[in-house]
Design a protein around this ligand. Structure first.
Ligand code: PEP
Ligand code: MN
Length: 262
């Protein structure tokens, strides 16, 4: 992952778009796959706004075992249907080695969540996958630990790794996490991989997502992972931090003014 090994920025060509520094990329969608109807509706809306990747979890790492755990394999089928109907690329989380083949087949980009950043057997498994991996920063990981997690994936032969800052744990309680945008310049200096920011989990509150999205672009991020839901107040997970379609529209307009390439 180090620039000592490879000086030039890594770009990741996908059917929908190329991920990397020359191309600010938006990945958007609900926290969880809830139903086929809401996923198709969201995918159609995103495609109409030029967004090329849909995020949504079929397997959900919830803090409480009594919370909605995701639709599992059925959720993957729904995501595949959304891609077939709209052409949108699919980003979805893999939580364990058991479901690796299923998620690898359905996803265009495999997400590894913050709680699994140092799940080394899972990292080794996705190192054998042929799909790019979006690696979220562990909620208390240093930059070095995060880059070493990327290294685990790359050591297995999968060089298509995208880093994603999603906030870390601090004493601050005004937001769900502390979005560490100050990690972007040093990460970019040390490492040639693309870096995304997730301002939704980073703040936990939808009102703060636009400001942190614009700040991410200014700080040098290569893209954003944003939670958006047709009816955020009825979402089965993370509604408080999810934008509605109108709010995403407004944000995209502001981002496009600053990053005309996307
Ligand atoms: C998510 O993207 O919905 C998610 C669970 O993210 P994180 O791993 O950053 O908490
Ligand atoms: Mn979420």
């Amino acid at each position: 992952a180090s620039r000592e090994m490879k000086r030039d920025d890594t770009t990741i060509p996908l059917a929908q778009d190329t991920i990397g520094p020359k191309n600010f990329t938006i990945i958007a969608g609900p926290c969880s796959v809830e139903s086929e109807a809401m996923m198709i509706k969201t995918a159609e809306y995103l495609v109409s706004r030029g967004v090329k990747f849909l995020r949504a979890g079929a397997f959900k790492p919830r803090s409480s075992p009594y919370s909605f755990q995701g639709l599992g394999i059925e959720g993957l089928r729904i995501l595949e249907k959304a891609r077939t109907e709209t052409g949108i690329g699919i980003v979805t989380e893999l939580m364990d080695t058991e479901n690796a083949s299923a998620v690898e087949e359905s996803a265009d980009i495999i997400q590894i969540g913050t709680r699994n950043m140092q799940n080394f057997s899972l990292l080794k498994r996705v190192g054998k996958c042929r799909k790019p991996v979006l690696l979220k920063r562990g909620m208390s990981a240093t930059l070095e630990e995060w880059l070493m997690a990327a290294e685990y994936i790359m050591a297995g032969g999968n060089y298509q790794v995208i880093l994603c800052e999603r906030g870390v744990r601090t004493f601050s309680d005004h937001s769900r996490n502390t979005l560490d945008l100050s990690v972007i310049p040093p990460a970019k200096a040390l490492c040639h991989l693309p870096i995304f920011v997730d301002p939704s989990h980073g703040t936990g509150k939808r009102a703060y997502v636009p400001a942190m999205s614009l700040a991410s672009l200014a700080a040098g991020a290569d893209g954003l992972l944003i939670e958006v839901h047709p009816e955020p107040d009825r979402a089965m997970s993370d509604g408080a931090q999810s934008l509605d379609f109108a709010a995403l529209d407004a944000l995209l307009t502001r981002l496009k003014a600053l990053a005309p390439a996307f």
